[in-house]
Design a protein around this ligand. Structure first.
Ligand code: NAP
Length: 172
């Protein structure tokens, strides 16, 4: 949801987390949740997805089809995707965007969420109902300035107890 009135663009974060807020382990997502993969695909298709270099490298199939993929990396390791070297470069692309009218998502990982968090106004978070204890955890305190829109979350499917939570940044 970039704005074009001189203000910084605003983005939606979307990710899945385990009960202990693990999001990754050894460079991958440590659970198999096809219902969440489907939800993620449906929610982000036709949008712009921004990710960090390590998340890009972890994708089994790249780029994510049906979405414009933007990858942040200070080293820009290869071609074949739209690389951005800095947050300033990302802001420039979003402000003078060729992707007007599209929804803009930040899809991780944690280092990327941290570096772009001040630009994120909404977070769509799948709570995977498992303990994982992985090496990459989402810093829960980032959501302190956010309100939960639907208390209790929304159950994803009748086959799982996983839920989707939507957080909106509190108005100042
Ligand atoms: N559960 C989920 O929904 C979910 C979603 C996404 C990822 N993950 C998991 O999270 C893990 C990866 O996360 P991560 O935190 O280790 O890495 P990451 O955020 O995917 O990537 C970090 C890299 O992105 C680049 N980067 C980030 N911010 C930048 C900025 N402002 N300017 C320039 N470059 C920037 C840097 O690349 P350079 O080093 O090249 O400069 C940095 O080393 C994996 O295990 C993955 O499977 C889980």
């Amino acid at each position: 949801m970039p704005r074009h009135n001189g203000e910084d663009p605003r983005f939606t974060a979307i990710f899945a987390r385990a009960l202990d807020w693990t999001v990754g382990h050894e460079g991958r997502i440590p659970w198999f949740a096809p219902h969440d993969m489907r939800f993620f695909r449906e929610r982000t298709t036709n949008g712009v997805v921004i990710m960090g270099r390590r998340t890009w490298e972890s994708l089994p199939k790249k780029p994510l089809p049906g979405r414009h993929n933007l990858v942040l990396s200070s080293t820009r390791p290869d071609t074949g995707v739209h690389w951005l070297k800095t947050k300033a470069e990302l802001l420039d692309v979003a402000r003078h965007s060729l992707f007007d009218g599209k929804e803009w998502f930040v899809i991780g990982g944690v280092e990327t969420f941290r570096s772009l968090w001040d630009l994120i106004d909404r977070a769509i978070v799948t709570k995977i109902n498992q303990h994982c204890d992985g090496d990459t955890k989402f810093p829960e305190e980032l959501l302190d300035a956010f309100d939960i829109r639907v208390p209790g979350g929304v159950v994803m499917t009748s086959e799982t107890t996983d839920t989707v939570w939507v957080y909106e940044r509190e108005l100042e």
